[in-house]
Design a protein around this ligand. Structure first.
Ligand code: HEM
Length: 408
């Protein structure tokens, strides 16, 4: 296998990873990176096959001990974060993952998502009402960020006066998903997990005593074949919903708007559809925006048993990095992949993953993004960036922007 080092956090790569990914995909679609100690996969076909292969998983410590992995003892600074990880579905494999996801899906139903449609519309309209007369806003902080956090708060049943707590907790926690974080970030994230857990625990206790029409009550009540969520599992999965559901939707909004701004013909098409009230157009358009610039561009998997994938030998305990952003631009899957085409059909992108960890929030994210783009372009048809120099905050894994100033 070829060896190469990909500097994931180089500012130029974070800003526009696609030319580098295209070059690598052509020359070296699989390579070993010594610095990250991971095998990188860049082709759609490989990523989609590996995501569905049960011999790989998101966690490894249920198979190998830290000693066997040659890991140092657990970092005590992130003790509560580790406990949280151990109890939510994303970092578990079957059978625990199957049980947790099954229970969550019984409460987080399509009907519950659909019931949020009117609320999402009114949140989005409220945000535009606030900005309309001012004539400018930061699309990131004034539009993209408040929507998903308010929706999750609404879904979980977090009262309005406490909602300002959620975003800072989430922002601190997701820092630990980047490759390489400081002790200070570890401390802050761990404290955020502790504070957030205590908060959800109190809400859950209240819902147990006095059931309400919200997801926490549904999770308290949910039961499958005599199985219930433990108190720790309930808390961990609620926190996961906020984290997983939040940053990606924010990035999806800002990256999508940037892509539209840089493709004026497609922006015109979208404005026309918005003016005419073509909701169907936005279903296809949002899929394309999510493919074209993937909000969460890379996920990792552990090799759970020695395996041969084609002519590549992967050893138990090896970590692989799956570049969803690269798979989404693979010409063997998407004709003319570097072109933003809002009417693209057969758009089987990797943005929500594949296999057992497929995103549980995809229907909600789609509903939020469709409503958000359609309403923005309908109500503010002159909306445009005030600068094309848009900076990225942080690294590649959670690829978000610092600000996105717009005028209308
Ligand atoms: C544009 C927005 C979103 C994107 C791009 C996205 C992407 C993803 C991806 C790629 C995965 C799988 C991770 C992997 O393969 O390792 C995932 C899992 C997950 N997502 Fe999302 N997501 C989004 C929105 C949401 C929302 C709104 C929620 C919740 C309200 C959510 C909750 C989750 C959860 C709980 C999982 C774990 C599923 C499991 O382990 O079985 N996501 N998401």
């Amino acid at each position: 296998m070829q060896t190469f080092h990909l500097d994931l956090n180089a500012p130029a790569f974070v800003r526009d990873p696609y030319p580098t990914l295209a070059e690598l995909r052509g020359k070296m679609p699989v390579f070993y990176d010594e610095v990250w100690n991971k095998v990188f996969f860049l082709r759609y076909e490989d990523i989609s096959a590996l995501l569905r292969d049960k011999r790989l998983g998101r966690s490894i410590t249920h198979i190998l001990s830290r000693d066997e992995l040659g890991w140092p003892p657990p970092n005590l600074l992130v003790r509560d974060f580790d406990h949280f990880q151990a109890n939510h579905m994303l970092d578990n494999e079957s059978p625990k993952h199957t049980r947790l996801k099954g229970l969550m899906l019984k409460a987080f139903t399509p009907a519950r998502v659909e019931s949020l449609r009117g609320k999402i519309r009114s949140i989005v309209n409220g945000l535009i009402d606030r900005a309309e007369d001012v004539g400018h806003m930061d699309l990131l902080t004034d539009y993209a960020e408040p929507l998903p956090v308010t929706v999750i708060a609404e879904l979980l049943g977090v009262p309005e006066e406490d909602r300002h707590l959620l975003r800072p907790w989430s922002a601190s926690i997701v820092k630990l998903y980047e490759l390489g974080y400081s002790d200070q970030q570890a401390r802050e994230a761990n404290q955020a997990v502790l504070d957030f857990s205590g908060y959800i625990q109190t809400l859950a206790d209240e819902c147990r005593k006095k059931p309400k029409d919200n997801l926490i009550t549904a999770l308290v009540e949910v039961e499958e074949q005599g199985q219930k969520l433990t108190a720790d599992e309930l808390v961990a999965n609620c926190i996961l919903l906020l984290n997983a559901g939040h940053e990606a939707t924010v990035n999806g909004t800002t990256s999508g708007f940037l892509a539209l701004s840089r493709n004026p013909d497609q922006l015109e098409l979208a404005k026309e559809a918005a003016t005419k009230g073509h909701a169907e157009f936005f279903k296809t358009a949002v899929e394309e925006l999510l493919r074209y610039d993937t909000p969460l561009p890379m996920f990792e998997r552990w090799v759970l048993e020695d395996l041969e994938y084609g002519d590549i030998q992967l050893d138990k305990g090896q970590e692989v990095a799956l570049m969803y952003a690269s798979g989404n631009r693979d010409p063997s899957k998407f004709p003319d992949p570097d072109r933003l085409n809002l009417t693209r059909q057969e758009n089987y992108h990797l943005t929500f993953g594949l296999g057992i960890h497929y995103c549980i929030g995809a229907p909600l994210a789609r509903l939020e993004l469709q409503t958000s783009f359609q309403t923005l372009l309908k109500r503010l048809p002159k909306v445009h960036l005030t600068t094309d120099n848009i900076e990225y905050a942080g690294g590649f894994v959670i690829r978000g922007h610092k600000a996105m100033p717009v005028e209308f």
